[in-house]
Design a protein around this ligand. Structure first.
Ligand code: DSN
Length: 421
């Protein structure tokens, strides 16, 4: 970033500080990751200079000889990795991608059945505060209060009663597997279409650790920057029969020119995800989450659903006597970055909920394994036990910084090269 350093030293210093922060802390936000240097290279390339409304071979601007090849490469890699008949790699991110699916498949006012936001669903699945909850009629399934898991019999009952046009499986804070086969059966029984939003688990699906929804779903949406470890973007996968509707909804329906630099970076990430090392990475994400869950449970933490099948843990801090936001802020001061989160049927509000959410994709990208998860659980326990102890927070932050040195993160500078300001 020599040019940036020269022309805008203030901004350059802020980026370097963020880089050092990412390097020296344990990042446990389950939707975050460290993209490879190759992904960052493509994402910061001259491709961002080009306008390309349309699709390969059918553009509204000239000068597409390389852009068409780049987008076609991303599309064919997505098709191959996920076994999809059709792929659209242009959505800017997950929410616009889900919006495009609703525009393609539904009429305004049609019913969408999805996982309730307070039970781990996503805003774009029809939450009240989202436009998706205004333009369409949302109905919700939740998790069973006793098990913390989705009960497919309950989903079927709601679907039979509400007759949705679309059923959505997927979420942001659900630590268990989605029964894609079961959702597909319910959708077919009530004549609904089925959207699987695998944004959080796409890397686990690509790595063969979680079941693919492709045989069961009409459309699959994923963001590309979470467990898949690509740039910030999204993809839609579907069968050929829905391809035209999906493509038209993305462009010209909702978006203008695709972000070609992102498309190229998605292509890079898809190639990386097809490598055998990525399957090992996906397996280790899940093994690390299980190890973190076990170590925290042994220290008296309450995990929603009692554990995890994937990359994330949702922790109810009620019995620890600390609210989620206070814990998350104290952890951040101690070099452990997570987010405060509602738990199912949380008596508290989303801005100050009862829980925290942790995930292992980023720490696994640094090469951390089960033993490191036990160490991290120990720090979390110390911080949550005394969130206002600033001295302990500083000591732990120092220990975390030293610990992180042994685990270089992809795409980040190492050593003192980032020592600015
Ligand atoms: N914001 C993402 C997450 O953290 O799960 C979902 O869009």
């Amino acid at each position: 970033m020599l040019a940036l350093e020269r022309t805008d030293p203030e901004l350059y210093a802020l980026i370097r500080k963020e880089e050092r922060y990412q390097r020296d802390s344990v990042r446990l936000i389950p939707s975050e990751n460290y993209a490879s240097q190759a992904v960052l290279d493509a994402s910061g390339s001259v491709l961002q200079n080009k306008y390309s409304e349309g699709y390969p071979g059918r553009r509204y601007y000239e000068g597409q000889r390389y852009i068409d090849r780049i987008e076609s490469l991303a599309v064919s890699r997505a098709q191959a990795l996920f076994g999809a008949e059709h792929a659209n790699v242009q959505p800017y991110s997950g929410t616009p991608a889900n919006f495009a699916v609703y525009c393609a498949l539904l009429q305004p006012g049609d019913t969408i059945l999805s996982l309730a936001l307070p039970h781990g669903g996503h805003l774009s699945h029809g939450a009240d505060v989202s436009m998706t909850g205004r333009f369409w009629r949302p109905v919700r399934y939740g998790v069973d209060p006793a098990t913390g898991r989705i009960d497919m019999d309950a989903v079927r009952e709601i679907a039979r009663r509400e007759r949705p046009k679309l059923i959505v499986a997927g979420g942001t804070a659900y630590p268990r597997r989605f029964d894609f086969h079961g959702f597909g059966e319910v959708a077919r029984e009530v004549g609904a279409l089925f959207l699987a939003d695998i944004s959080h688990i796409a890397g686990l699906v690509a790595g063969g650790v979680h079941e693919s929804p492709l045989p069961h779903a009409d459309v699959v949406m994923t963001t590309t920057h979470k467990t898949l470890r690509g740039p910030r973007g999204a993809m839609l996968l579907c069968r050929q029969g829905l391809a035209e509707a999906i493509d038209k909804a993305v462009f010209p329906g909702l978006q203008g020119g695709p972000h070609n630099h992102t498309t190229a970076a998605i292509a890079v990430a898809l190639q990386e995800a097809a490598a055998p090392e990525f399957a090992a990475y996906a397996r280790q994400i899940v093994a690390n989450a299980a190890a973190l869950a076990e170590a925290l449970t042994a220290r008296g933490f309450d995990l929603v659903s009692g554990g995890t099948d994937n990359h994330l843990l949702l922790i109810d801090l009620t019995r620890k006597g600390v609210i989620g936001k206070r814990a998350a802020r104290a952890l951040d001061r101690a070099g452990i970055v997570c987010n405060f989160n509602t738990i199912p049927d949380d008596p508290r509000k989303p801005w100050s909920p009862s829980g925290i959410r942790l995930g292992t994709p980023a720490v696994t990208s640094r090469g951390m394994r089960e033993a490191e998860m036990v160490r991290i659980a120990g720090w979390i326990d110390q911080v949550v036990a005394a969130p206002d102890d600033e001295e302990a927070g500083r000591r732990i932050a120092h220990e975390v910084r030293e610990f992180c040195r042994a685990f270089p993160a992809p795409g980040l500078l190492t050593g003192d090269t980032v020592a600015v300001g």
